[in-house]
Design a protein around this ligand. Structure first.
Ligand code: SAH
Length: 234
């Protein structure tokens, strides 16, 4: 059996009870290096074989899974946060379906939840916003035009932006083109729930400058909208 497991946002004790049980039982663990806390690997049993998927192609990951399947071994594919967001699990499930390999999914705490906890804030505040838009700037993976930041910004809902730390100037521009004023509150949270966590309250107009001042170039989420004003750190 293959288990696709959400490792949580960073802190080792934010994996679910089920996820931890599966990890402890696994003969083989394939984890997303750099985004999954390596401390979690201490939980694996003696003799478990560990692979870092950051250094592997999908084909290589599938070879490991197929071999393990033939040997009737328990495999955990450990993903950062929750696997349903930007986890590229569909392509892995398709490949397993083709090979007739059965699998299940164990959810995890997404980094957008870890980020709200870090900021001590609620994304859905009565009278301010009752919706959360989770999205990203287009990168190697294109974003459909109807889902552009500019289009979403027009809703003035709370926005959580993934995978865009290297594009903050463009992000600000898009948010403003969509109708956010430059002084709309925003936050940048780096490595939420990790020991290295950093968080900064800024505005839509100062996102890039704030990240630059603190040397933040990756592993961050940007939170946009009036709800940020009610963070305990604002
Ligand atoms: N499935 C994951 C997201 C994977 S995409 C989840 O549910 O969180 C990887 C992106 O997630 C990173 O580029 C960054 O934007 C964000 N991210 C992951 N962990 C993070 C953390 N602890 N703090 C802030 N952002 C994080």
């Amino acid at each position: 059996m293959v288990h696709i497991v959400g490792a949580g946002p960073g802190a080792e004790d934010l994996i679910t009870v089920r996820g931890l049980r599966l990890l402890k039982q696994a003969d083989i663990v394939i984890y997303a290096g750099s985004l999954v806390n390596p401390g979690l690997l201490k939980e694996t049993k003696q003799g478990a074989v560990i692979y870092d998927s950051a250094k592997m192609t999908l084909e290589q990951v599938m070879e490991v899974i197929e071999q393990a399947w033939k040997e009737q071994k328990e495999v955990v594919r450990l993903h950062t946060g929750d696997p349903c967001l930007y986890g590229a699990i569909r392509e892995q499930m398709d490949a397993m379906d083709k090979l007739g390999i059965t699998y299940d999914i164990c959810p995890g705490v997404s980094s957008f939840c870890g980020t709200a906890a870090a900021l001590q804030m609620e994304y859905t505040l009565p009278g301010i916003s009752q919706s959360v838009i989770i999205t990203r700037m287009a990168g190697r993976t294109p974003v459909p035009e109807r889902e552009s930041i500019r289009q979403f910004a027009s809703h003035q809902a709370t926005m959580v932006i993934f995978l865009s730390t290297g594009m903050l100037k463009e992000l600000s521009k898009e948010l403003m083109a969509g109708g956010y004023s430059p002084d709309t509150p925003a936050a940048i949270v780096y490595k939420a729930t990790w020991k290295e966590e950093e968080k900064y309250i800024c505005t839509v107009g100062t996102l890039a400058q704030t990240a630059k001042e603190h040397n933040i170039t990756k592993t961050a989420l940007m939170i946009i909208g009036e709800a940020v004003t009610h963070s305990n750190y604002a």
